[in-house]
Each structure stands twice: as structure tokens, then as C-alpha cells.
Design a protein around this ligand. Structure first.
Ligand SMILES: [Zn+2]
Length: 584
């Protein structure tokens, strides 16, 4: 039920897998799918490497590489197992690319192409056919329905994959339908893409909103969909709290609750990607005690694991119609934070969400990626969130340059402490001390070349104000182009090797880079996806990914990107080796 589109954004983050221990009281649910390789009657060839890719993506053959089995093991906190997934075929499809009868009929036809008695269909939760050319992948419906195979009826989930489906951002979404989840929505009714319902696919933090989600690149399973480009996002995100509750993967013992009109209460939330952190996995807010079954959910999402593609750490609030939850019926609606630059729905420290009837406020009091937790206070909407407005310059970027005498646009987010926008006349821009004008967006120009401090100041109805500023270079029109920046990595040194004991799960790495004059920012990353820093010099304690479990050597390429005050960039990289010594 997913039409491919181009709205996903790639952040360039690389993969950092985590596996979660089976801590959960939820019953272990064995949900194996049978993948039937079904050869179209008009396509005589199987693409090179396709059989191996199918095995690696769908079965335990590819465990630990971020495949479908990993995804559902991680996301369900070990409650759901796809370890029994099996691949059969190729069987001849009784249809061609042009006579494909649609998903349900296509899946049923391919299942019937397997000779009777070869497969026990009752031992599988669902069927997925995989065709050897593009026909349009998708799910037949949410959950299981009865399929007729060799004259018998079997309750089965029903999904179609083709040559463009072997990546989690696509495949996990369709399997999610098969497991019984509908699309997630937001409350504003924005349109993700042509053909989608208002609000449909509009929770960028939830897999059931592919294709408008924030995903990242898993090089093991790149985006192979139509119109894909190298480097396109292909994996993540995780799933939102309403889905996790609906599926029984987060149970009531891991949830806190709050009922409208109770005294304000502080809750500590573990990131959904860190279920072992101290805290609840969410808060279930009952807005009206007379209508149980309709909740607000509060969850904390951190930019790592399957959530490595989200733009930043933040608290998310959904409207959850648990009472109406069921196949093909949406139950999850994200409240977006319209005051944030990307309007994605994440609430940051000091920001307050007010419910639509103004009886409940959720205030984010802290976000702490070191302990993998956030703290929220929930209560009646006396403004107990940090007082005063919030203003932030969105563009241009700090240190960027414009041409003297030519117009450019300044923009800022500016809200009060409840997240409501300030009036434009209360948002004032200055270049040094000179007034430029007012408004959350302002087009202006500066005639005299030089370095300027651009400041925006917002004032709320109580007279409290807050400011944000950037530096801006105004360059003369005839100025010769600035010299290209350079950057060098001083530490680690090329080929540097690090030793690990057999039980070590983290490693200390000293980063140090030197940029040429004019370099104003640094950004470190690495091929294992464990390093992230914006300092020129920083000693990091990095958590090692799940993949560095075997004894022996793992290579990592560390990259630093330096940006100068003209927005020009330079990169440098160094290869290191991580050796794990094991005693057998
Ligand atoms: Zn869908």
C-alpha cells in the first residue's frame, strides 16, 4: 500500500545497529513469512545476484546486516521473530508484467504454482511473492485474510515484492501491513504526495509513514526502488509508540499514565531506541476520563539505531485512538510542532505542547542523549514550561556570505513558551546595531562589505524577549573568489589500530583536525556509524555497533568535513582498524 515517491530525505548517516535483549513480558510471537520467488512469464532472466540478495534481506542468512529479520527483532524488542522465514522458487507465474492480476490474485496464483504438498502453508504467518522484474510492490491489506491455495483456505498475510523492494524502508513497511498495522497520520492533514489522504504518511518518525519518513542509508540494502539514486535513504525509522502499543511490543508495565486535571507530574522517558535506559517507554495521557480508549501518547526518540535518520533528538506526541485500532483503520495521529524549523513534530527542551482543548500541557524539561532519556512534565496548562519566547535563525547559516547590494532573505522561527508563533511585528532584525526590519521572514540587503552580526529578537505578550544571532560576511561584488579550504586529520593517524578485550562494548577515540584559515566548522563521521562530533578536537567514548562482535579485525574509515566562512567545504579521511582479541 505504498506508492513510491521522492519525499524521503537522506541524512547521509551510516548504519549503527543495535540488538535488544529479550526483556519483555510480551509472548514470543513466531511470525515467519514464506517468500515465493515467482518468475514472470515474459521475463526470462533473473537479475544477477538477486537470489543472494533475497536470501540476505529476508532470512537469517543476513542477520546483523540490518535486514527484515533484524528490523522486526529490534523494533518489537524481541517479541516478534521472523527467524523462520523461508524462500522457495523460482516457480513460474501464470501471468506476465502486462497481465499481472493485482496483489491478492497475484500472490494466490504464485502460491498455487507451487506443486501441491511441497509447502505446509499453515506453518507460515504470511506470503510474500517476489517477481523478477518491477511490477509494483505492496501489501494486499493489513493483517491476515483467507487465501485459497490448492482448494484449501489459509489465514495469511499477503505482500508483493519485486526487484525494487529489497530495502527496509520499503520492505519493513509492507511487512508491517502484513503484521496488521495501517498507515500513520498527522493531525494537520498535510498531503505527503499525490493520491494520499490528508495526513496519511505524515509521521516522519514512523515506518508506517514511508515514504515521507526520515530514513538513512544502509549500504547493505540500498534503495532499489524506481527512480532511486546512489546514496538515497534506505533504512529506518523505527515505529511510533501507538504502533508499539497496538502490536503489544510495549506493554503497560513499561508505560506511565496521566489523566487530565491531575496535579502536574514529572516523567522520565527512555528513548524508544534504548529500551534498557532508566525510564518509561512512554506516557499514556487520558484526556477525558469519560471516554477511555482515546489517548495522547508521549515518546522520546533519539537519533541512533533504526532512528539514525531523524534530524535530531526530540519528544513526540501522538493522538492514539486505541479504541478504533484495527486493520485498515488509522489510529495514530502525530501532533506536529509547527514552531520548529522542519515542522516535523519533535518537541525540544523548553518547548511546550498544548492539547487541542487547552486542558493539558506537556513540557519537555530535558533531553539527555548520554543517559538516553528525556524528562517531561505533564499537567494543567499554567505556563510551567520555561518562560519567555524562543527564537532561532533558520537561514542564512552562521558564517555564510552574501553579496553587497544584492537582496537576501532572513528567516527565523519565533514562538512563545507554548509553541505559538509570535506576531511578525514582534520579531525584529538588526545588522550590528542597525535596524533591518521585522517579520519571521524578511528580505533585505546590505550595501557595505564587511563582517556583520545579524541578530533577531522576539518579544512575547508579557514583554519577555529572546535573541539569536549569526555572523554574516558581506562581500563586494567584484571580489575574487575565496581560496578553497583544506583540512588535515591529526588524530587518529593513518592505519592506527585499537585493541578491544572480548567483552568490551565501547572504545575511546581521540579526534583532532586542523583546517586552513577561514574554516569555521567541523563535522566528523565514520563508515561504522559510531562517530559523530562537531568539534575540531574531541575525545569520544563510542559505543561499538552490534557488527563488531566476532574476534578479529574490523576496519573503519573516519571522515571530517570542514566548512569555511564562505560555505566551501573540504574533507579528509583516515582508515583505522579495531582488533578484538578473544580467548577461546
Ligand atoms: Zn503502505
Amino acid at each position: 500500500m505504498l506508492a513510491l515517491g521522492a519525499c524521503a530525505s537522506s541524512t547521509g548517516t551510516t548504519v549503527a545497529w543495535k540488538n535488544y535483549p529479550h526483556l519483555w513480558k510480551a509472548p514470543f510471537q513466531n511470525r515467519p513469512f514464506l517468500f515465493i520467488k515467482c518468475q514472470l512469464s515474459d521475463v526470462p532472466t533473473i537479475p544477477a545476484g538477486f537470489d543472494t540478495a533475497i536470501n540476505n534481506f529476508t532470512t537469517i542468512a543476513g542477520l546483523g546486516t540490518g535486514n527484515l529479520v533484524d528490523y522486526y527483532s529490534d523494533i518489537s524488542y524481541g517479541a516478534v521473530s521472523l527467524y523462520g522465514d523461508r524462500v522457495v522458487g523460482w516457480v513460474p507465474a501464470p501471468f506476465s508484467t502486462t497481465t499481472y492480476p493485482g496483489r491478492r490474485a497475484g500472490v494466490t496464483a504464485c502460491a498455487n504454482a507451487i506443486p501441491e504438498g511441497q509447502v505446509d502453508f499453515s506453518s507460515f504467518y504470511g506470503l510474500v511473492i517476489i517477481t523478477n522484474a518491477l511490477i509494483g510492490g505492496g501489501a494486499c491489506y493489513d493483517g491476515q485474510q483467507n487465501l485459497s491455495i490448492h482448494g484449501q483456505s489459509y489465514p495469511l498475510a499477503c505482500v508483493v515484492f519485486d526487484t525494487g523492494s529489497l530495502w527496509t524502508w520499503f520492505g519493513a513497511h509492507e511487512i508491517g501491513h502484513g503484521l496488521g498495522m495501517p498507515h500513520s497520520f498527522d493531525t494537520t492533514g498535510d498531503i505527503c504526495q499525490g493520491g494520499s489522504l490528508p495526513g496519511e504518511y505524515e509521521d516522519p518518525w514512523d515506518m508506517m509513514s514511508s515514504m515521507c519518513t526520515r530514513a538513512f542509508l544502509n549500504p547493505n540494502f540500498p534503495n532499489t526502488g524506481p527512480d532511486s539514486n546512489p546514496g538515497d535513504a534506505s533504512a529506518g525509522p523505527g515505529m511510533n509508540l501507538p504502533n508499539l502499543i497496538h502490536m503489544g511490543w510495549v506493554t503497560s508495565t513499561r508505560l506511565a499514565s496521566y489523566t487530565a486535571f491531575q496535579a502536574p507530574h514529572t516523567f522520565k522517558l527512555a528513548a524508544l531506541s534504548h529500551p534498557t535506559a532508566r525510564g518509561n517507554l512512554g506516557v499514556l495521557i487520558l484526556p477525558n476520563p469519560k471516554t477511555p480508549g482515546y489517548y495522547y501518547t508521549v515518546e522520546y526518540r533519539q537519533r541512533d539505531g533504526w532512528d539514525a535518520g531523524i534530524p535530531n533528538n526530540g519528544v513526540m506526541i501522538n493522538y492514539f485512538k486505541a479504541k478504533d485500532a484495527g486493520p485498515n483503520t488509522p489510529y495514530s495521529f502525530l501532533f506536529r510542532n509547527k514552531s520548529n524549523p522542519d515542522e516535523d513534530g519533535d518537541w525540544l527542551t523548553g518547548e511546550g505542547w498544548l492539547d487541542p482543548t487547552h486542558t493539558i500541557q506537556v513540557c519537555v524539561t530535558s533531553i539527555d542523549p548520554v543517559s538516553d532519556t528525556a524528562t517531561v512534565q505533564i499537567g494543567v496548562p499554567t505556563p510551567f514550561c520555561a518562560s519567555g519566547p524562543r527564537v532561532k535563525i533558520l537561514s542564512p547559516a552562521d558564517g555564510s556570505s552574501v553579496t553587497a547590494g544584492q537582496s537576501f532573505t532572513l528567516s527565523a522561527s519565533a514562538t512563545n513558551n507554548l509553541g505559538q508563533p509570535l506576531p511578525d511585528q514582534k520579531v525584529i532584525w538588526r545588522a550590528d546595531s542597525k535596524l533591518l526590519g521585522s517579520g519571521k521572514s524578511l528580505t533585505t540587503h546590505i550595501d557595505t562589505p564587511g563582517g556583520y552580526k545579524i541578530t533577531v529578537t522576539g518579544t512575547d505578550s508579557s514583554g519577555a524577549s529572546a535573541s539569536d544571532s549569526i555572523t554574516l560576511q558581506v562581500v563586494a561584488q567584484s571580489a575574487t573568489p575565496p581560496a578553497k579550504p583544506t583540512v588535515q586529520i591529526i588524530s587518529p593517524t593513518p592505519g592506527q589500530s585499537y585493541s578491544l578485550g572480548s567483552g568490551d562494548t565501547s572504545l575511546t577515540i581521540a579526534l583532532s583536525a586542523q583546517g586552513s584559515s577561514g574554516v569555521v566548522s567541523y563535522n566528523w563521521s565514520d563508515s561504522l556509524g559510531v562517530i559523530s562530533s562537531k568539534q575540531a578536537n574531541e575525545t569520544l567514548v563510542v559505543n561499538l555497533p552490534f557488527s563488531i562482535t566476532p574476534c578479529g579485525a574490523t576496519n573503519d574509515t573516519i571522515v571530517v568535513k570542514a566548512t569555511d566562512n564562505h560555505g566551501q567545504t573540504a574533507t579528509a579521511s583516515v582508515k583505522i582498524t579495531i582488533n578484538r582479541y578473544c580467548i577461546n
